[in-house]
Design a protein around this ligand. Structure first.
Ligand SMILES: Nc1ncnc2c1ncn2[C@@H]1O[C@H](COP(=O)(O)OP(=O)(O)OP(=O)(O)O)[C@@H](O)[C@H]1O
Ligand SMILES: [Mg+2]
Length: 492
């Protein structure tokens, strides 16, 4: 609509309305909210009964907002007379009719709906001579609702709306781009050795990015080999304590008093054999980060001492009443379900809540199979000429990985040794992957104790005789494992 036409036909009070409209439209920057507002204001200020707003999306004109139009009409836009919409959109010129029944332009209208409508006004939504879409209002029950002045008004209104829509779109695009760039920076900054682009891993890394410069205790939960220690070290390495110590203590292997003396230290004479003072590891980590690995294995008495430390940051050496205040960030890890341990009474709930201010759950590898090909290439980085055949990769992706990433890493090392001619084929993979059954040693005719013996033997062999690790993987205590080995006379 030409400027001079608008100026000639628009009324004074409409100009004032336009001024108010422009203020409202400029205040809304979210696209959907803006479109709704445009629609409502258009209906209200023209005295129309119904309306809709269309925008060009790709090749098609799409209805974005509609008011009082019945569902059937909207679902089937041809009922709105495509001819009229196209005419407005492609010519960029508005259409006004005050009595459609007597308007020859609608005489051949294919639209049943159109036939019933009395007053119609449709204007293009323009921005810098580009047509973004159109705004349509009508009245079914009254004729002469619109006149030249309404046409001029709605055209001016649509010009304002066009600018606001374009601004909102631009803002949306920029903010999406901004979020994307921010995530990119966040996910590449310092996380090079944590491979994984699955949604599950992104969630983990997002949480990591949130806690890096925070001092809250963190509990990392995940099956064996999922990368708990890797995440703990990364949090330390990227945080403000990076120049201070990171000390890890595996809590599973030690008898209770030994663990306590490791953690808290002891005074000379605290127990038989304590012939000098020894500083505890927590104190050694002062200013830095302490990683309590397998916290679920800690006995109740030590739990109480750890609770005191988490509450007020003080420790007491064994055999000493002097309290010492420390500044240590605590990260703990477990592959147990601590909720269950708490309900069984094996783990203090008050300590649990202290430890898991932020809980990071690392999903098992079988729940994020998308990451497997990436991890495989990562572990094959030193062998750029070595490729994995499609079938072998398929097997790697399908295997359930009970030992998670550590097991995958070992499987790749195994395959590298086995592979010839620059290719890892199915036959080069470890037997448990090829056989596709997680229990390749089970055969018909075996007794349960034979099966158990075979499994224990295999596990210990795989772990190069590491019984502690074997017990953990088998889900039994080290003592039980020892008993079983003795009974079966397995050479571990
Ligand atoms: N996302 C990952 N990207 C690359 N390497 C990983 C990833 N997660 C784990 N690893 C590697 O897998 C191995 C096992 O990881 P880590 O020791 O952190 O696991 P964990 O959960 O502490 O295992 P466990 O419960 O057995 O102590 C390490 O060599 C680690 O570097
Ligand atoms: Mg670990």
């Amino acid at each position: 609509m030409r400027k001079d036409y608008i100026e000639k036909n628009i009324k004074k009070d409409e100009l004032f309305t336009l001024y108010k409209v422009s203020k409202i439209l400029n205040s809304i920057t979210e696209l959907n909210a803006l479109l709704k507002k445009i629609m409502d204001l258009a209906i209200k200020t023209t005295g129309a009964e119904r309306g809709f707003l269309m925008l060009k999306e790709g090749k098609a004109l799409e209805i974005k907002v509609a008011r009082k139009m019945d569902k059937k009409t909207i679902k089937k836009p041809t009922m709105l007379s495509k001819t009229i919409m196209d005419k407005v959109f492609y010519s960029g010129k508005p259409i006004l009719t005050s009595n459609a029944h007597h308007d020859p332009r609608f005489a051949n209208s294919e639209s049943v709906i159109m036939f019933r409508i009395l007053s119609i006004l449709a204007v293009p939504l323009l921005n810098k001579n580009k047509c973004l879409g159109l705004l349509y209002v009508d009245a079914i029950t009254q004729k002469n609702v619109f006149n030249n002045s309404s046409l001029a008004y709605l055209s001016a209104f649509a010009n304002l709306a066009g600018i606001a829509i374009e601004n909102a779109r631009l803002k949306e695009k920029l903010s999406n781009e901004n979020v994307r760039l921010k995530l990119q920076v966040r996910f590449s900054g310092g996380y090079e050795d944590i491979i994984g682009t699955s949604t599950e891993m992104k969630k983990v890394l997002f949480l990591v990015s949130k806690v890096i410069n925070n001092e809250v205790p963190i509990l990392i939960q995940g099956e064996s080999g999922t990368g708990k220690e890797l995440i703990a070290r990364t949090i330390h390495r990227l945080g403000t304590r990076k120049d201070k110590k990171f000390i890890a203590q595996y809590c599973g292997a030690l008898p209770e008093t030994l663990l306590e003396s490791e953690l808290f230290g002891y005074k000379k004479g605290a127990f038989t054999g304590a012939d000098h003072d020894k500083i505890g590891l927590l104190e050694e980590a002062d200013g830095g980060t302490f990683f309590l690995d397998e916290i679920g294995e800690v006995q109740l008495q030590t739990q109480t001492k750890l609770l005191r430390f988490l509450e007020d940051g003080t420790i007491r050496m064994l055999g000493n009443n002097v309290e010492k205040k420390l500044n240590v960030r605590i990260i703990s890890a477990t592959n147990k379900n601590l909720d269950a341990e708490v309900s069984k009474g094996n783990f203090r709930d008050d300590l649990y809540y202290r430890l898991k201010v932020v809980k990071i759950s690392i999903p098992p590898l079988r729940k994020r199979r998308d990451d497997i090909p990436l991890l495989v290439s990562y572990f094959l980085k030193q062998y750029p000429n070595l490729k994995v055949t499609r079938e072998a990769m398929k097997r790697l992706i399908e295997y359930p990985w009970p030992g998670n990433i550590r097991e995958l890493q070992n499987a790749i090392s195994f395959s590298v040794v086995m592979a010839g001619e620059g290719k890892i084929r199915v036959d080069d993979l470890p037997p448990e992957i090829i056989s596709r059954t997680p229990f390749p040693h089970i055969k018909y005719g075996m007794s349960i104790s034979e099966m158990e013996k075979a499994l224990i033997k295999l596990t210990i062999e795989k772990l190069a005789g590491n019984r502690k690790e074997a017990a953990r993987i088998l889900g039994i205590s080290l003592r039980t494992l020892h008993t079983k080995i003795k009974n079966y006379i397995i050479k571990g």
